[in-house]
Every structure is written in C-alpha cells, then in structure tokens.
Design a binder for this molecule. Structure first.
Ligand SMILES: [Fe+2]
Length: 453
C-alpha cells in the first residue's frame, strides 16, 4: 500500500494535501443527506482520478500516471444508497493488492497503464478511460473491474478519456494518440452498440499530447498544439515524456464529420495549450466557435503535472474559408474542467460550469458562465472548501438550457472529508438542493459523470 499519510506532506504538489491518495477501498451504505435529493435522480455519480498504489517516488511522480480510482455514489428514490471507491484494476494495481490481473482482450504485452482520467457509461457498461495508448477498462455497476477491453475486437490500439457523445446519434467521437504511432493520431467513432464503426488516421508534423477534441454539426476539431512526445526525455527516464516545444506551429484542424484526413482544414492559432473545450459549434456565417480553458503553455518548466500558469476561458472563431482565427478572452478567472448541458454538445450553448483553480491546480470555487449575457457567478462556500469538476443534469421536462442540477464533489479541509453537492443550476450560489456526506475524503481528481440507470 502507498503510505498516503506521509505523501500528504510531500514536496511534490501533485501528491500533497488533497491530491494525496487514499489507501483503502471503502463501502458505505445509507449516507447522510442534508436537504432533499430530487426523486427524479436514479443512478450513480462516478468520478475517476489518480490514486497511486505501491512504491511512489515523490521526486518523479507525475499526476497523470497515478493508478486510477473510481469513486461512486448511488442515488435512488431520494436516498444516497451507497458510496464506493475502487482502484481500477490493471496489472500494477492487481499485483499491489495481491490479486490476479483482470481478464484482457489484448496480448499480454499490450500497453497498459493507469485508467485514471474519466469514467463513462456507454452501450450498457461502465468504462474507466485514459489517453496515451492504454485501453478502456470495463467496470460493473458496483465498480469492480470486469475486463480490459478492445470493444469486441473493433478498437485498433488506443482510446481517449474524452469521447464526445453526439446528442443526436448517441455515438462517441474520439481523438486517440499513442507515442508508438509516431507523428500520427487517430479519429474514432464508436457506435451506440459499443463497437468502433469508423477510424481515420491523421498524420501530423509532431506527436502531440491530444487530450480532448470537440465536435460541431459539420466538423471534428483536432487540437494540434505544441506539447509533444519527446524521445530524448523518454530515454532519460521521464515517465510522461510530453514536453513544450515553442517551435511547433499551434493549429486546430477542422475535419468534416464524414471526411478523410486530406479534407482537414488547418487553422493556425496563437500559442497555447488546451486540455478541455467547453463546446464548439457552427455559426450561421460558416465559421466555427470554440470555447475552451486556455493554458499559456504545458509541461515546459513543470514536468509533474499542469502548472504553467492559470487557465482562462477563451473563445476562438475559426474561419475555414480564410484559414484564419480570431481569439478573445471571455474570463480571466482561473478555471478548468468545463462542463455543460450535454444535450447541446456541438450546438450553440449559453451556459458553462467550471471548477475554479487556485495554485498548482488546487480546485477551489465553482463557476457558472452565462456566455450569452457575459456574466459569471462564483460559488464560494468558504476557504476550506474545494470543488471538483461540476456535472450538469437536466431536469425531467426541462424548459431551458440551465433548468437542472449541478453536481460536484467538494472537499473540506477542516473535516478532511468530502461530500457530493447537488445544486439547482438556476440558483447557483443559493442553498444546495442536497448535500451527501461521504465517509472519507475524495482526492482531487479528474472527470466524472452522472450515469442515470
Ligand atoms: Fe481531461
């Protein structure tokens, strides 16, 4: 087991405080609820994040490589029925826990590292996901690992932690990258049956870390940005050898939704890095609007996690006719982990929800952006509280885009426990609809989802 208590005082900021791992798997039933959980919520809120296990070297630990742990809260009939946290089993986790490695659809030498970045429901199953070449891991309803999957033999090699679900078709759109492909990435479409139905190989000038993508009705957006696989860094022992390269031309590609690589219109943008778009959509004049959390650089000075200055909310308008982009800062408050009403992915949206960021990627306040009115609401519950990524859930029979709930994990440094906060999205700074008390802290992690039954 990792010595979580000792790591909390680590000099590595990505191992200390509430980024330190927890060292036990907990199961708890009938959680305390303050307020009233809406009767219409039946399902699970799940969230994935790094929770290193075994020997951890604080000098070289990279936040992106800690073993995956999924935290889940089951809500049914106005009750919080259970909380569970489970490591996502891979070879390393299984060995550390003295268990058999999980069944795998892949050869024994296939790339496999921590599935620590996202957890989604698709095609009737639960999937723990990561980028960079490691395959999807199927989990069961109670978060036990089922198998390392190749989507019934249809996944060529790599997947991503950020599939974009087209709300009109239910299909997943994915940009996958893997250092073993060299200067190439792969666009995948996964059908509602959980099988890959289409792949497009895309050659690039370098091998970028391509964390996410965006879709519009017409295009898939490809973020070809200057954080690149660096062989020299890999050879010198860097466990996550993606390094900033100021000489690389930053650009966004517009791939027509059913097009091939030669159809891509590349548009240069000013130097930056994007982990996460909020959304993109086609404007009536033929341009493409992209809103995203913008980082000035990534992995230039800091090699242990994202820590190259504060991310802001920016807008790019990409013109496929002229090949040019305009850029605008929408909000300079530090913010990341953008989410929205996902029935509008690829379509014009007015609202976005973000986790505020304080120093070294500490999660802080909760932010709601009204893009139409250009106003911002910041929810600050006290300096002891830090919010993770907010998830938006539309109310049954919703009458407007923000008619629904915002759900997020919150850590309290005073009690060193976490809770799940459910807000009325239209009363963002008001009294929570419900707060579910958890029996443990949940380390700051990456991405989660509400997965309705
Ligand atoms: Fe992400």
């Amino acid at each position: 087991m990792t010595n979580a208590a000792a790591l909390r005082n680590s000099s590595n900021p990505f191992l200390s405080g509430n980024l330190a791992p927890v060292d036990v798997e907990t199961t708890a039933f009938d959680l305390r609820v303050t307020g009233k959980l809406p009767d219409e919520l039946t399902g699970r809120y799940l969230r994935n994040g790094p929770n290193p296990i075994g020997e951890v070297n604080p000098d070289s630990y990279h936040w992106f490589l800690g073993s995956g742990m999924v935290h889940g809260i089951r809500i049914n009939n106005g009750k919080a029925e259970w909380y569970r946290n489970r490591w996502v089993r891979d070879r390393k986790v299984a060995k550390s826990l003295g268990e058999q490695a999980p069944p795998s659809d892949w050869p024994a030498n296939h790339v496999q590292f921590a599935s620590n970045t996202n957890v989604i429901g698709h095609a009737g199953a639960t999937w723990a996901l990561v980028e960079g070449g490691s395959p999807p891991v199927e989990m069961n309803y109670e978060l036990e690992t089922v198998r390392v999957s190749n989507f019934a033999g249809t996944l060529p090699q790599a997947f991503s932690a950020h599939p974009k679900r087209d709300p009109r078709t239910g299909e997943l759109h994915v940009m996958a990258y893997w250092w073993g492909w060299g200067n190439q990435v792969q666009y995948l479409v996964v059908g509602v049956d959980g099988k890959v139905r289409r792949t497009v190989d895309i050659a690039l000038p370098g091998g970028p870390m391509m964390h996410d993508c965006a879709i519009t009705e017409k295009y898939v957006l490809i973020f070809d940005l200057p954080c690149l696989f660096n062989l020299k860094s890999a050879m010198s022992g860097n466990s996550f050898p993606y390094i900033w390269n100021a000489d690389y031309t930053p650009r966004v590609g517009l791939l027509p939704r059913e097009g091939v690589a030669t159809d891509i219109k590349w548009i240069e943008i000013n130097s930056c890095y994007i982990f996460h778009p909020l959304n993109a959509y086609d404007a009536p004049d033929g341009t493409v609007v992209l809103d995203a959390a913008r980082h000035e650089k990534m992995f230039d000075v800091e090699q242990r996690g994202p820590n190259e200055g504060f991310p802001t909310l920016d807008r790019w308008v990409l013109n496929p006719k002229t090949g040019r982009a305009t850029e605008q800062r929408l909000d300079d408050r530090p913010q990341e982990f953008p989410r929205m009403n996902e029935s509008l992915i690829g379509l014009k949206n007015d609202f976005g929800y973000f986790a505020g960021i304080s120093d070294v990627f500490r999660q802080a306040d909760l932010i709601k952006q009204n893009l139409a009115k250009q106003t911002t609401q910041v929810r600050h519950d006290g300096d002891n509280f830090g919010y993770g990524e907010p998830v938006f859930i539309a109310r049954d029979g919703a009458k407007s885009e923000d008619d629904g709930y915002v759900m997020a994990l919150r850590h309290d440094t005073e009690t060193d426990l976490s809770d799940l906060v459910v807000l009325d999205a239209q009363d963002f700074c008001g009294e929570p609809v419900a707060v579910v008390s958890l029996p443990t802290r949940v380390p700051n992690g990456f991405h989660g989802n509400w997965i309705a039954d």
